[in-house]
Design a protein around this ligand. Structure first.
Ligand code: SAH
Length: 240
């Protein structure tokens, strides 16, 4: 993957993002691990290195165009991280931020733990849990400064997974593709019930030509203790 350093550097620069050589190398090394592990388990359908750079690494990091830094010691949770996106690239580029990667599939979490060890990512923890369980765990509930999620569920469901974990004044950022407006429009009830508010809807275009979105929500008031509901219920009976 290392031969894709120029591509990565250039595509990040197009978003005003600039990282050290060592950081770029670490990002590519991680992408190489994912492609290698993809032979053992299904982590990604994107296997061409150029596309992995754009659609996994750059797409994960675009958030930093709008959030250039988080305070040292902040807690970031990536829900439904799968092969570690966007959480691992964010952890590599924000070494002062504590990053918790969450997935309900044990095998993925085992891979993430191995990769974090091999890359010496001291700020990364991988947790095997469902979002609905984590949101009821005092160690995590209303503790996160920022929660992120990409390709996990529709917004009304995702808000029930994420907002209970965000501290008041913190944010949840959902990475979305096309057609996000209808999902946002369906989120009013969930936001009202869970104590959130739409902060911003940001659009960006990747070098592949795809336009993606970041939907950012603010946690305004405490989430009532009955949320999140039991595992599976948010999906089965969305708050919309
Ligand atoms: N965020 C990654 C992976 C998306 S696939 C990316 O964008 O590439 C969705 C992942 O979410 C899967 O790995 C699945 O196991 C996980 N997932 C789905 N529902 C979940 C839940 N309720 N709690 C935790 N993980 C969940």
């Amino acid at each position: 993957m290392i031969s894709f350093k120029n591509q990565l550097q250039k595509e990040l620069a197009d978003f005003g993002l600039d990282y050290s050589e060592g950081t770029l190398e670490k990002l590519l090394e991680y992408a190489g691990y994912v492609l290698e592990e993809n032979k053992n388990q299904n982590l990604t359908r994107i296997v061409e290195p150029e596309a992995v750079v754009t659609r996994h690494l750059v797409d994960s990091l675009v958030l930093q165009k709008w959030f250039p830094s988080l305070e040292a010691g902040s807690l970031l949770i990536d829900l439904g991280t799968g092969g570690g996106f966007p959480g691992v690239p964010l952890a590599i580029t924000w070494p002062g931020v504590q990053v918790v990667l969450v997935d309900s599939e044990r095998k993925k979490v085992d891979f993430l733990q191995r990769a974090a060890r091999e890359l010496a990512l001291a700020n990364v923890t991988a947790v095997h849990a469902r979002a609905e369980e984590l949101g009821r765990d005092d160690d995590y509930r209303e503790q996160a400064d920022l929660v992120v999620a990409r390709s996990v569920a529709k917004l009304p469901v995702l808000l029930e997974y994420s907002l209970p974990l965000v501290k008041i004044g913190g944010r949840f950022c959902s990475y979305k593709g096309e057609g996000v407006e209808s999902e946002v429009a369906e989120s009013d009830k969930a936001l009202k019930v869970l104590g959130g508010r739409l902060d911003s809807l940001l659009a960006y275009t990747l070098s592949s030509g795809d336009t993606h979105h970041l939907v950012v929500f603010l946690k305004a008031t405490q989430t009532p203790h009955i949320y999140p509901r039991r595992p599976g219920i948010p999906q089965k009976r969305p708050l919309s």
